[in-house]
Design a protein around this ligand. Structure first.
Ligand code: ADP
Ligand code: MG
Length: 715
């Protein structure tokens, strides 16, 4: 297809043309959409017996396992509620190791034998499904001859209804395991890690004098970045629809240099998309809150209010799904790839993380009383110790092929994991460690009843946006996640390593208390020791700076630039020990994840390699030849002089890529991933380099791909 300006003109001509979702009076509670598609606690209260509600509540609040005798009653109530809303089918939604969401639909309706059908939904169907799961990746956990795994209802994440123009679907959040009990999904380990952290934190809180807290749950508030582009451009680019990113594209004359996009006014079509997706997410109980433009042209962000990690993680999967489907209604495509456009900022997902108590407290909130401060410093020190010890695991938890264009590639944040504490908090730690910078300040906070920590800034000038792991007032913000990622594994890792560190600090606290120290004094000793041993991971400077890379190396911090460098950390001794000790993942379960993730890397590298080859050969080369022909026919030798060498170069580089695309026999696993990185991806970059040069000289009407300047700027 020959491209003309027409596409751009069409792309720019969006109007709401009657399909709007309408404005309603939100002072009327009945119009407030929040949770209307969710089997909420209040919906359950209306439909279930008081006794059942009480038992369900206990499951939610204490993490006790579910009393299966309740299943039939709950299933019937859920079915009745769903049928009233037009639901015909139900599905157990789960998260296999691919990181995406899987579903298999079953109808409520069974033939009654007399020519009609009746709606049925048994407790056993609610609680357990048996998908033929043989084609989900398991990394060798389940041999293919045992083709079945089973799915188990997760009552702590509420069921919800997804609408479709032609009907509605009841979605039941579910865990997915093998018959031998191994986790084949992302949810089970996350739930296990939340349990582990709760146990450690409750134990520590007791030592700190808190007898009221009986459960601690981790919280997550993800900030999701994404691009929106007109769908015409998307479907004209095989690289975008096959791999999620552009494999070609010269830098546009206008980038984000003008900084005119960040927090700028939101284009009407984009705003309309945001409003509809937010409305839909609210109906699904996802507490979306913030929206704004991001740094790159065509890039935006959405953030919800934080929730417990399990629900927050499920909601995040749903958010990505809803954004992708709503975008289509506006003729847009929502790109969740970490780096859709080379030379333009990539997209991440900031994972705001904290620990909340069932008494309403936040363990990472310094609070206003000396007691709170003491406990805060304890938990904060534990996080520092955990992050320092398990830097490699944290890096691995955010590794995927898309991320390799951000982390370790001169983009925020770097592949080196470090913590930003902020000047005030750093000072507090230094003072406790016996290094007072000046007499006044947080040092006094340990003298109970005298003074407290100064208020720590939540925001503002002090924020260090270059840090991969920053303290932001009452939570840590793990900024290294990629925009397409599930929250589940990074949070599983965080919770597990925090549980371990909290226990280690609690052991030491116990000893200090046994020695007769008062709590503040004992905590000071523990914090001093933990911080002293781990402070190498704290860095307040500019993480983009080359000097930091040298400094980090001197400090012995890990710099794992690419996915194949990072993934082995999943099987590092410290990782396996932490996951096994806290019953989160066994070595076998970790091995299965490692295998699946390595394979995903290679598979995606190969898709990119093949797509690069095919676009270069069948789209770009012919366009270049046409131009050459024009020059020859017009007898303008300058054209030939310029284009011919580029064409020759393109052809030879394509040949080299094709060579690299043929994987050598006899290597597999990590070795093959490394081969793909060092050969296939390297050769792709070389093909692209010449192709991008050609893009700048070949006549526009001959160029077969929409250009960055069109894709990113026409809205
Ligand atoms: P910024 O862009 O400045 O980082 P945002 O307001 O966009 O800030 O996002 C902050 C995120 O942090 C929100 O998703 C919010 O819900 C989340 N958050 C706030 N408190 C907590 C907490 N205690 N635990 C987890 N996440 C939190
Ligand atoms: Mg943020």
């Amino acid at each position: 297809m020959i491209r003309t300006r027409n596409k751009n003109v069409t792309a720019s001509q969006w109007s709401a043309n009657g399909s709007s979702i309408d404005i309603v009076d939100l002072t009327d509670q009945a119009n407030v959409p929040f949770g209307s598609k969710v089997f909420t606690i209040s919906e359950q209260t209306d439909r279930l017996s008081a006794d059942t509600i009480k038992k369900l509540q206990a499951t939610l609040e204490t993490g006790e396992s579910l009393d299966t005798s309740l299943a039939d009653e709950v299933a019937t109530a859920m079915k009745d509620w769903a049928l009233e809303q037009g639901v015909t089918h139900y599905t157990h939604v789960f998260q296999p190791l691919t990181g995406s969401t899987a579903e298999k639909h079953d109808s409520f309706f069974d033939p009654d034998g007399e020519g009609k059908a009746i709606a049925k939904f048994k407790g056993s169907e609610l609680i357990q499904g048996e998908p033929d799961a043989s084609s989900f990746p398991t990394g060798g956990v389940r041999d293919t001859f045992e083709a079945r795994g089973y799915t188990a209802w997760d009552p702590t994440s509420p069921a919800f209804i997804l609408d479709n123009p032609n009907g509605a679907l009841l979605c039941i959040p579910t865990a997915f395991a093998s018959w031998t009990g191994e986790a084949l999904d992302a949810k089970i380990p996350l739930l296990r890690s939340m349990d582990a952290l709760s146990k450690s934190a409750v134990r520590a809180l007791k030592l700190l004098g808190d007898d009221e807290t009986s459960r601690v749950f981790t919280t997550v508030g993800p900030e999701q970045e994404y691009f929106l582009i007109d769908e015409q451009y998307f479907y004209e680019r095989p690289d975008l629809y096959t791999t999620g990113r552009t494999l070609f594209g010269a830098k546009p004359p206008k980038g984000h240099e003008l900084d005119d996009h960040y927090f700028g006014s939101i284009p009407e079509r984009v705003l309309a998309f945001m409003m509809e997706s937010e409305r839909e997410l609210q109906e699904l109980g996802v507490p979306v809150k913030t929206r704004h433009n991001e740094v790159a042209p065509g890039q935006y962000e959405l953030a919800p209010v934080f929730e417990n990690s399990n629900v927050g993680s499920d909601h995040q999967q749903l958010t990505m799904q809803i954004m992708e489907s709503v975008a289509r209604r506006y003729g847009l495509i929502c790109l969740l790839h970490e780096k859709p456009f080379a030379g333009v900022n990539g997209s991440g997902k900031h994972n705001n993380w904290s620990m909340g108590t069932d008494t309403g407290g936040n363990l990472l909130d310094p609070g206003h009383t000396p007691e709170d401060n003491v406990s805060f410093m304890f938990f904060c020190a534990a996080v520092i110790q955990a992050v320092n010890k398990h830097q490699g695991l944290l890096r691995a938890s955010v590794a995927n092929i898309g991320q390799d264009h951000r982390l370790g590639a001169n983009e925020a944040p770097p592949a080196i994991i470090s913590i930003f504490l902020g000047a005030e908090l750093e000072k507090a730690f230094e003072v406790i460690s016996g290094n007072p910078s000046d007499a006044e300040g947080p040092g006094e906070f340990l003298e109970l009843g005298v003074s407290v920590l100064p208020p720590l800034p939540m925001d503002g000038g002090d924020r260090n946006r270059t840090s991969p792991f920053a303290f932001t007032g009452n939570k840590f913000e793990f900024r290294a996640l990629g925009s397409s990622m599930s929250l589940a594994f990074p949070n599983t890792a965080l919770n597990t390593i925090a549980a371990e560190a909290i226990d280690e600090l609690a052991d030491s606290l116990e000893k200090n208390l046994a020695d007769g120290k008062e709590i503040p004094e004992a905590v000071a000793a523990v914090v001093k020791e933990a911080y002293g041993a781990s402070k190498q991971v704290c860095f307040m400077g500019d993480n983009y700076d080359e000097a930091w890379h040298a400094e980090a190396e001197k400090r012995g911090l890990k710099n794992l630039r690419t996915t194949p460098d990072a993934l082995p950390e999943v099987l590092a001794d410290d990782t396996v020990a932490a996951f096994e000790n806290y019953d989160v993942l066994s070595r076998r379960e970790l091995e299965s994840r490692f295998e699946v993730w390595v394979e995903q890397y290679t598979t995606r590298a190969n898709m990119e390699g093949e797509t690069t080859d095919s676009i270069a050969r069948t789209m770009i080369l012919p366009a270049a030849l046409r131009y050459l022909e024009l020059g020859v026919n017009a007898e303008v030798s300058a054209v030939g002089d310029e284009v011919r060498p580029l064409v020759d170069e393109l052809i030879s580089r394509i040949k080299e890529l094709e060579q690299a695309n043929r994987y050598p026999d006899g290597i597999e696993g990590l070795e093959l991933a490394i081969y793909a990185r060092d050969n296939q991806l390297a050769k792709m970059a070389e093909v692209r380099e010449v192709a991008d040069k050609l893009e700048k000289v070949v006549p526009d009407y001959l160029w077969p791909l929409p250009k960055y300047s069109e894709i990113l700027f026409i809205k």
